[in-house]
Design a binder for this molecule. Sequence first.
Ligand SMILES: *Cc1c(COP(=O)(O)O)cnc(C)c1O
Length: 322
Amino acid sequence: MQHNAVAAGARSWPRVEKVVPDTRTYPRGVAYVDGAFTTISEAKISVLDWGFLHSDATYDTAHVWNGRFFRLDLHLDRFFGGLEKLRMSIPYSREQVAEIMHTCVGLSGLRAAYVEVICTRGSSPTFSRDPRQSVNRFMAFAVPFGSVANQEQLRRGLHVAVSDIVRIPPKSVDPSIKNYHWLDLVRGLYDAYEQGAETALIRDTDGNIAEGPGFNVFVVKGGRLTTPAFGVLPGITRQSVFEICGLLGYEYAAEPVPLDNLLGADEVFITSTAGGVMPVTIVNGQPVGNGNVGVVTQEIMKVYWERHEHPDWSVAVAYPEA
Ligand SMILES: *Cc1c(COP(=O)(O)O)cnc(C)c1O
């Protein structure tokens, strides 16, 4: 199912309440909360929401680049899959959620955006401890596109440190449900900062490499690519890299990645909707390969961004006429 953008002007645009955004505290952007479109600074949830109190929520993040959504169908699949596994329901169909996401971006005017949809367990009139009595809440927002790596880091490669913190095991929290259980990842980040690195990778329950705060990791060795299979969120950027490997003829596998494979790699890169394919050139203070951004990484980055114009992988956003 591809969501077809409606020609600009041919549709009626909802009004955004509170048109003066508080840009001292919040980025530019448009949100959809409680059935209405609003500025980011006005988009709020209750302190009684289980999403806030218990991290009882799922979400997904898609992005818009050059005015086109990238792989929106895969993001919707993952979001609706998470809702089902968490026994949550929202009063919107898949098409309506896509429409809300398109409208947030259209109203924001952003040509490069980070677009999040969220469902929280919500709350109940009696503040019941039974999650079945909560009314689930859906919200969405579009803000300017953000990246794990800044321009300089994309050019020279990120400096990463491996922490001994263990990612919450899949037997506790199903990682295929995109979630806000980040206390392990944030501990990993502080570990990494103490080691002078810019971001972190943490471990799985077997001590192998798992993932970092909001990204997956790939190791390139002898022209073959590997990425952890277990205890990680199956990223859509990771999936896109698999497909790009297929297009370019690189062998790849999802399999255990021990620390030694990372340290002995020719090239390392991380993947996330927030930034795409991002090179890593230092791990635990030591250069990866010859210390430069690798050629395989560069080739995959190039095809990844080229595919943003491809109609199989992207769809145009409709914007209101200026
Ligand atoms: C979102 C996320 C990723 C990256 O997934 P993408 O779909 O590529 O953005 C990786 N790990 C975690 C924990 C995440 O939340």
